[in-house]
Design a protein around this ligand. Sequence first.
Ligand code: LMR
Length: 397
Amino acid sequence: MMFEVLRPKPADKILKLMKAYREDTRSEKIDLGVGVYKNSTGITPIMQAVKKAEQRIWEEQQTKAYVGLEGDSAFNDSMIGLILNNTIERDRIAAVATPGGSGAVRQAFELIRQANPNVRVFVSNPTWPNHVSMLSYLGIEQIDYRYFDERSRGIDIQGMLDDISKARPGDVVLLHGCCHNPTGANLTSVEWDEVISMLQRTGATPMIDIAYQGFGEGVEQDAVATRKVAESCPETLIAASCSKNFGIYRERTGQLMLITQEKDKSSVKMKQETLAFLNRQNYSFPPDHGGRIVSTILNDSSLRVLWEAELERIRTSLLDIRNLLAATLQELSHSDRFGFITQHRGMFSQLGCNFEQVKVLRENYAIYMVDDSRINVAGLTEEKVPVVAKAIIKVGI
Ligand code: LMR
C-alpha cells in the first residue's frame, strides 16, 4: 500500500470558509469571505465586454490546436500594455501566460528558487494565505516584514522599511501592486518611493503580485507603483491576474513577467526560454480561452471602452459601499474609529478584530469573514450594511 502514508493537508482558510458558508442553512447568512465580486443582487456577473469577446471568438476561431508554451503573444503583449503601458521596452521583458494569478505566483517562486536555492522571500504581515502556503510547500524560506498597523488599520511604514532593509542581493521582496490582500491598506506614492530606495539599497529583487488592477484608484492609477518599481530596479518579477478585473475567475488567466534593465538580447531570450520551460514542466501549454478574451477586449477600442466602463462601475460601487458602511458604523458607535474603511481600497478591508469576535459573528449572526477579520466589501449591499454594522458593534469591535 503506497498511499497509506498520506496525511491531511492544512486547510486553506479562505476555501474552508467558503465551504462552511455553503453548508450554513440559515437564510439570513451573509458571505464576506472569498474575494469574488458580487453585484447588488448577489450575482457574480459575466461582463458584457467578455460576452461580446467570447461571441467573436466563437464565430472566428478556426482551431483549438496548441498555441505555444508562452501562451498567445497577443495576450502577452496586451497585458504588458495594460500593466506597464510602454514604460519598459518590450525587448527587456520575458512573459508567459499562466493558469491564473496563482499560477504566475507559483511559477515565479519556482524560478527564484532555481536562480538561488537559498533565496529568502520577504512577505508582508499579513499577506494572501496562498503566498505563505506555496512558499512553505516549495521549501522556500519566508521572512515577514511589518505592514499592517493594527491600531490605525493603516501601514507601519517605518517597520516595513526596517524589516526590508535586512534583505540581501539574491533575496526577493514580495509586494502587492495595489489593493493589498487581505488588509486593503496601501502605500502612498511617497511610501512607494521609500520602498523603492530601500530595494535599491539592499539589492534584493522585487516581485509584484497585481491581482486587482482597476479596483482601487482606477485601471491606470493602480499600475503606477508597479511601473515605478519596474523602471527603478535592475530586475522585477510581476505576477498578474485577470480573474477579478475581467471577472473570468474560472478561466484561470494570468501572466508572469520577468523584466530586466539589461539590453543583451541573448540574456532576455534565456529568461524567456526558462519561463517557457517551467510552463512545460508543470502543465505544458497554459490555458488559452481566458487570455484570448482579454486580448480581444484590449485590442478592440469599443470593447475596451465597454470593459473599462464596467470595471469603473464595479470600482465606484465598492467605494459607495465602503462609505456607507463607515458612515453607518460611525452613527452606531458615535465615533470615527471606522474611518479607515474609507481609506482602504480594493475588495477587502481588515477590521482588525480578534478571532473570538469573528467566530461570534459567524455563529450568532451568520456573517462570514476570514479568520483574520478580512471582509469582502463586495459581499455587502445597501440592505446588508445596517445588519452587518449592528453586529460589528454588538460584538464589541
Ligand atoms: C481571495 O483572496 O479571496 C481570492 O484571491 C481567492 C483565493 O483564491 O484565495
